[in-house]
Structures are given as C-alpha cells and as structure tokens.
Design a protein around this ligand. Structure first.
Ligand SMILES: Cc1cc2nc3c(=O)[nH]c(=O)nc-3n(C[C@H](O)[C@H](O)[C@H](O)COP(=O)(O)OP(=O)(O)OC[C@H]3O[C@@H](n4cnc5c(N)ncnc54)[C@H](O)[C@@H]3O)c2cc1C
Length: 389
C-alpha cells in the first residue's frame, strides 16, 4: 500500500488499530458489492449500524458515546473508508462531522443525551440541511426561515433544502434557517425530527456521481419545532461553517484514500496486463504516470498529516483546511482519471474502482465548498481582498 515517505511509521498503536480495522471493514464489507450498489444507485444500508458498532461516527469527539481518539486516527479512518467508496465516507462524515459535532459543540445537555448515543451507534441517522435550490455556494443568502409560533414557545419553519445526503433515511435533520423573530434574522440550527408534521424528504434520482449514497431534498411547510430543538450555543453562519471545517478536514484525508485506491488498481493492472509481448508496466510512458501519481498522492498525504497535527493542538485555521480540501481533491480527480486511462477499456467498468472513484470525485470536488470557492478563500487569505462578489 502506497506510503512512500513512511508517514505510517510514526503511527501510535491506537492509530494503527483504527486504520487496520477500517481497512479490514472496507475489504470485507464494502469492496465485494460496492460496484453493484454503484450501478443500482443504492447505499449498502446494512453498513449503517455496522459502522456504528465499530465506532466510525465522530470517534474524535470527547463524549461518553464516542471513542475519543485523536485527529490523526480520525483522518486515517476517513482515508480508509474513502478508499472503499466516497459514499461510505460521506455517510460517516455527515453523521459525525455535520450532525454529531454541532450537537456536541453547540447543543444543550438534553440534545446531547437525546441524540449522541443513537447517532454514535447508528441506530439513528442524521442529515445536514444547508444548501437550498437557489443558494449553494452562498448559503448566507438562504431563504429558509423560522418564526416564533403563536404559543410563543416554539418555532415554525418554512423553506426547502436540496442535495442533502441521507435526508430520505434520516431520523433527524439539522436544518439551518434564519430566525426572523430575532433582531438581524441570524442563522440558527434546528433539530427537526423527520416524523414531524410539515417536513418531507424526497429522494433525488438520476445522479451519475456518488451513486452509492442517498441524496434528497427537505421541504418544510409550517413545520413546528419546540424551542428546545434549537441549538442554543451558536448563532450566525459560524454554526454551519464550523461544521463544514470539520467535514472538510475529513475530506482532505478521504481524498488521499480514494486516490491511493486508484493508484494501487493501476499499479497492479500495469504489472499484470501484457501488450506487445510483456507487461505494460515496462513502458516508460506508464511508469511516468505511476511516478506522477505516487508523488502527488504523497504530497497530499503529507498535507493531511500536517493538518491533523495542527488540529490536535488547536491551531488549525479554516483556510488551511480549504487548501488541503482543494489540493487533495484535485489530486484525487487527476489520479483517478490517469488510473482509469491505464486500465484501458476495462477501466470504464465497475469491475475496477478508478472510474467509480472518478465519478464520485466530481461530487467531492463540488460539495463542502466548490474548488472555486476554496480558491477564493485562499485568495482572500493571501491578499486580504475578498473576490467572492
Ligand atoms: C451528492 C451531493 C451531496 C451533497 N450533500 C449535501 C449535504 O449533505 N448538505 C448540504 O447542505 N449540501 C450538500 N450538497 C450540496 C453542495 O454543498 C452544493 O452543491 C455546493 O455547495 C455547490 O452549490 P451549487 O450546487 O448550488 O452550485 P453553485 O453555487 O450554483 O455554483 C455553480 C458554479 O459556480 C461557481 N461559483 C459560485 N460562486 C462563485 C464565485 N463567487 N466565484 C466563482 N465561481 C463561483 C461554483 O464554483 C460552481 O462551479 C451536496 C451536493 C451533492 C452533489
């Protein structure tokens, strides 16, 4: 397995254990039929509780229902899951970084007690509703709104969210909405149980990317939630944006896993496949591709490791996460394309992983801040001048 500059030599016992557990899980539970799920456009739903039992949801949170491991261990977990499929890593990312993290960081004690144990073991599924049909890259322009109910105690939500991972199977949706009853209409987080009146979640069909992942819409029509369902400790865009920083950290690691899986498929294929009387790996053109891929993956992997160190000591800035998300997903996109090319005609099938990863990475390139948006974040950080508008 590619680890060209021996980064894994420095792993602790615990980190090795988590990496190996996730790697074994992917080999035994994901690889055998992920191609079929991708073709069918289904998520292997049996894995949801299995991943919970293995402690794959937000193990980096400090809570009695989670494993409380370090950031590097968490990163390795995301890396190994995405080596299986981006849809599997997305499941863990959304549940952990986008639902459990905000409940842990900004929730009340009652909200933590109600949701964290069930989300941690996979007996409940959560989703994160930020994107709207007319507001993707600029979520601060969101139209979904909350108004105080007539009883004065709760809120009534109206609006719609789209492209929401796991919405159709979620038990709880964390919906970000503007609180019209507060001065300045700040964005607040609302925990909406999906069996409430006034909320509907529909499946989005026709995806050609991230096919082994469930995606949907959320419609809110006069949906009442009690006041105790509001995340009490955050107000404004800081709420959703801090969740995205957590998830993007996982994506920076995950992209390394998908890229590595493509590289390994290409390396194996090149040494097995014979043309012109010998393996294609003997051709300099193929060796150059492998050399470029290995170098780019190693660079991305090094950045991910550094990010984990900064996060562990509390020094990680969101802009640094943007650099890693942007670079590592770009690398993955390029590596997946080259690996697919090296597999010739066989490369376009689900018998091999590169084309599936290549299709998936189009989503990863777009969600959690598009490549363009991360470019602008870096541009602003480097110059002090914002170029978003
Ligand atoms: C499979 C999948 C799962 C998803 N899961 C979730 C989820 O769980 N929860 C959630 O809330 N969202 C989710 N998303 C939504 C995702 O985050 C958005 O698609 C993304 O933020 C981009 O928004 P958009 O699609 O509206 O594109 P737009 O914002 O309309 O962008 C279109 C194009 O314009 C470019 N662009 C936009 N603004 C600028 C600018 N200022 N300068 C230069 N170029 C610009 C973009 O880079 C892009 O190329 C998911 C998306 C997909 C595809």
């Amino acid at each position: 397995m590619l680890d060209y500059v021996d980064l894994e030599a420095d792993l602790s016992e615990e980190e090795r254990l988590i990496r190996d557990t996730a790697r074994e899980f992917v080999d035994e539970e994901v690889r055998p039929d992920i191609g079929d799920h991708f073709e069918a456009g289904t998520f292997p739903e049996g894995l949801i509780t299995e991943m919970g039992e293995l402690g794959f949801y937000a193990p980096n949170l400090d809570h009695e229902s989670t494993a409380n491991v370090g950031e590097r261990a968490y990163g390795l977990l995301m890396q190994e899951l995405e080596a299986g499929d981006s849809g599997v890593r997305s499941m863990a990312s959304v549940q952990g970084a986008l639902v459990m993290y905000p409940i842990h960081a900004f929730g009340s004690e009652a909200q933590r007690e109600r949701w964290l144990p069930d989300l941690a073991d996979g007996s409940a599924v959560g989703c994160f509703g930020l994107t709207e049909p007319d507001h993707g890259s600029n979520p601060s322009a969101m139209e979904t709104r909350a108004e105080r109910a007539d009883d004065g105690g709760g809120y009534v939500l109206n609006g719609s969210k789209t492209w929401i991972t796991n919405a159709p199977i979620a038990d709880v949706a964390l919906v970000w909405a503007k609180d019209r009853s507060a001065e300045g209409s700040p964005v607040r987080g609302f925990l909406v149980e999906t069996d409430r009146d006034g909320i509907e979640t529909n499946h989005i069909d026709g995806k050609l990317s991230m096919r082994a992942s469930i995606t949907g819409e959320i419609s809110l029509a006069d949906c009442y939630v009690p006041a105790e369902n509001v995340l009490p400790d955050v107000s404004g865009m800081k709420g959703p944006l801090s969740c995205l920083t957590q998830a993007r950290f996982g994506i920076a690691w995950g992209a390394v896993g998908a890229a590595r899986d493509c590289f390994e498929a290409a390396r194996e294929y090149a040494t097995d496949r014979e043309q012109f009387g010998g393996p294609i790996a003997r051709f300099q053109l193929q060796q150059e591709k492998l050399a470029d891929m290995a170098t780019d993956i190693t660079t991305a992997q090094s950045l991910a490791y550094r990010l984990a160190d900064l996060k562990e000591r509390g020094d990680l800035r969101p802009q640094q996460v943007s650099m890693a998300k942007r670079n590592n997903v770009r690398t993955c996109r390029e590596v997946a394309r080259t690996a697919r090319e090296m597999l010739g005609g066989n490369g376009i099938t689900t018998d091999y992983s590169p084309m599936r990863h290549l299709a998936n990475v189009e989503t990863v390139y777009t969600y959690e801040g598009t490549d363009d948006i991360h470019t602008l974040i870096l541009g602003e950080d480097l110059t002090g001048i914002a170029a978003f508008e």
